[in-house]
Design a protein around this ligand. Structure first.
Ligand SMILES: *Cc1c(COP(=O)(O)O)cnc(C)c1O
Length: 466
C-alpha cells in the first residue's frame, strides 16, 4: 500500500482513507505519496485493447484496490464510467496530421471533472458505509466543479452535499446543471455576492469548529489526492491508443489549479513515457510566467471567456514544488512562508531547468482563443469550447515536427459555454441528448444573503430526507 506525507511535513505518515477523507492535511500542506508505484512496460503493453474501466483498474489499483477490495473497486470503476455518453468514455478525435483531441466531456456534467468525481463519489460512499459515518460535503463553485460534485453525490446514503454559487453570476447552463438535481441530499444555495464571498463562507463554516463537528463537514476540492490520480488514467489511455509507449506523446492541458496537468506528471512518475506537458493558460498566466522566469508571483484574477481557468493561486503547484525542493518538507515550508510573506517565490536555475525537462507553458490571450475556435471549425467542422481552444493554441506554439503526436485535452463540451462559442464562431452548440430538457426542468435552490449565520441556519434546519 502507498503511504503518504504532507508536503509541509506536519501530518506524520498516513494511509489512503485519511488522504481520501481529509483532502487538505492539518498542517495546511497537501498529501503526496512517499514513493511512486510503477507500471512496467509489460503492465502497460497488456493494456492495449483494454476498456477505459479496465485501464483505470490497472493504473489506480496500486493506490487503492487493497483498501477498497479488488472486486468492489472493479465494480465502482465499471459503474462510474458506464454513465458516460460515449462508448469509448474518452474518445480521441484527429484535428491535424499529428494533432488529436482527447474528449473528456462525455460525462454527466460535460467537463473533465466527472472523470474523478464520478469515481470519488462511489469511493466515499463505500468507505463511509463501512465506517458507519455520514458527512456533509460543502463547497463553493464558480461553475464546473459544483455540478460535477452534485452529480457524483446525489442520492447517496452517507453524504449530503451543499454547494454555494454566486447568485446570478454563473451561466444558465451551469446553474441548471446544479439546481435541477432535486435529490433530497442536495442543497443548492445562491449567495447574494461573488464567488469569493461563497468561498469565504465555506472557509468560515470549516473554521467554526462546533458547526464543523456537528455537521461532520467534508470537502472534495481540487487538491484531493484521489481526484488527481483518477485523472492520470486518461494519459495512459491516450498513449496506448496512439503508440505513445514507443513514440512518447506531448499533451497540452488547459490549466487553472494545476490539477489536471499534474495528473500527467503522476502518470509519468508511474512509468508512462512522455515527451512534454504543455501548461496552457489564459491571461491568468502565473504558471506560464513561472516556467518562463522561475518566479512564481501571484497577480490579480482577470475574468476571461475560459472562466474555469481564472485562477491565480494554482494550489496543486505546491506538489511539484515539493519535488523540486528535493522532497524536503522543511525547505518546502520555507518556500510557502516566502510566498505568504512576499507574494512571490523564486526557484534556482537548476530547479527551473528540472521543471522544464517535462513542463513547458504558453499563455493565450482572448483574441487568439476566439480565432482558434474559428479556425478549428473551418478546418475540421468541430466546435470546441474556449478552454479547449486555449489548449489547442498553446499546443500549436510548440512544433514537435513529425516525430511525435500531440494530444490536447478537451476539458469541456462546447454547449457548456454557448455564449462564448456563438460569439466566436456564429454557431450555437447543441446540448447532448441526456441534457436536452435542461431548460424545461424544475429548479430548486435557496437564495441567501452573504451571511454566515443565515447559511448555517439554512443547513441546520433543512429537511435532508423526504
Ligand atoms: C477545472 C477546469 C480546468 C482547469 O483544471 P485544473 O485541474 O484546475 O488545472 C480547465 N478547463 C475546464 C473546462 C475546467 O472545468
Amino acid at each position: 500500500m502507498v503511504a503518504y506525507l504532507s508536503t509541509r511535513g506536519g501530518a506524520g505518515v498516513r494511509g489512503f482513507e485519511d488522504v481520501l477523507l481529509a483532502g487538505l492535511a492539518e498542517d495546511g500542506g497537501l498529501f503526496v505519496p512517499l514513493g511512486w508505484p510503477r507500471l512496467s512496460r509489460t503492465d502497460l503493453d497488456a493494456l492495449k485493447g483494454a476498456s477505459y474501466a479496465e485501464t483505470a483498474f490497472v493504473v489506480l489499483g496500486p493506490w487503492m484496490a487493497e483498501t477498497l477490495g479488488a472486486d468492489a473497486f472493479d465494480r465502482m470503476l465499471r459503474e462510474a464510467y458506464a454513465g458516460f455518453g460515449h462508448p469509448a468514455v474518452a474518445p480521441l478525435r484527429q484535428i491535424g496530421d499529428d494533432d488529436w483531441l482527447l474528449e473528456l466531456f462525455h460525462g454527466p456534467t460535460l467537463a473533465f471533472k466527472d472523470f474523478a468525481l464520478q469515481l470519488l463519489g462511489r469511493i466515499f460512499e463505500a468507505v463511509l458505509a463501512r465506517r458507519r459515518e455520514r458527512i456533509t460535503i460543502v463547497g463553493a463553485t464558480s461553475g464546473d466543479t459544483g455540478s460535477a460534485a452534485i452529480a457524483a453525490c446525489a442520492g447517496r446514503q452517507s453524504m449530503r452535499i451543499a454547494i454555494l454559487h454566486p447568485h446570478e453570476r454563473v451561466s444558465e447552463v451551469q446553474r441548471r446543471q446544479m439546481t435541477t438535481v432535486t435529490s433530497p441530499n442536495v442543497a443548492n444555495i445562491a449567495i447574494r455576492g461573488t464567488f469569493d464571498d461563497c468561498q469565504a463562507l465555506v472557509k468560515a463554516m470549516f473554521n467554526d469548529r462546533a458547526f464543523r463537528d456537528e455537521q461532520r463537514l467534508a470537502a472534495i476540492n481540487s487538491i484531493n489526492w484521489v481526484r488527481i490520480v483518477a485523472q492520470a488514467v486518461y494519459y495512459v489511455w491516450a498513449a496506448l491508443r496512439l503508440g505513445g509507449l514507443d513514440r512518447p506523446l506531448s499533451f497540452a492541458v488547459p490549466t487553472g489549479n494545476f490539477g489536471d496537468v499534474y495528473a500527467g506528471y503522476v502518470a509519468h512518475k508511474m512509468g508512462l513515457p512522455l515527451r512534454r506537458l504543455v501548461v496552457a493558460t489564459n491571461r491568468n498566466d502565473i504558471l506560464a510566467r513561472f516556467l518562463d522566469t522561475g518566479v512564481y508571483r501571484v497577480g490579480r484574477v482577470e475574468p476571461t471567456i475560459s472562466p474555469s481557468m481564472d485562477i491565480q493561486v494554482a494550489s496543486n503547484f505546491e506538489r511539484l514544488l515539493f519535488d523540486l525542493e528535493g522532497r524536503e518538507p522543511d525547505r518546502l515550508r520555507q518556500r510557502m512562508g516566502e510566498l505568504a510573506r512576499d507574494g512571490r517565490i523564486e526557484v534556482t536555475s537548476a530547479q527551473l531547468a528540472e521543471a522544464r525537462r517535462l513542463f513547458t507553458a504558453a499563455a493565450i490571450d482572448e483574441e487568439t482563443t476566439r480565432l482558434t475556435m474559428r479556425t478549428v471549425l473551418e478546418s475540421t467542422g468541430e466546435l470546441v469550447d474556449p478552454h479547449t481552444a486555449v489548449g489547442i493554441a498553446a499546443c500549436r506554439r510548440f512544433g514537435d515536427g513529425r516525430d511525435a503526436a500531440r494530444v490536447v485535452l478537451a476539458t469541456a463540451h462546447p454547449a457548456k459555454f454557448p455564449a462564448a462559442v456563438h460569439a466566436a464562431t456564429g454557431r450555437r452548440p447543441e446540448l447532448p441528448p441526456h441534457l436536452a430538457g435542461l431548460y424545461e426542468r424544475e429548479e430548486r435552490f435557496a437564495v441567501l444573503p452573504n451571511d454566515l449565520h443565515a447559511v448555517q441556519t439554512h443547513l441546520r434546519e433543512r429537511a435532508w430526507t423526504q
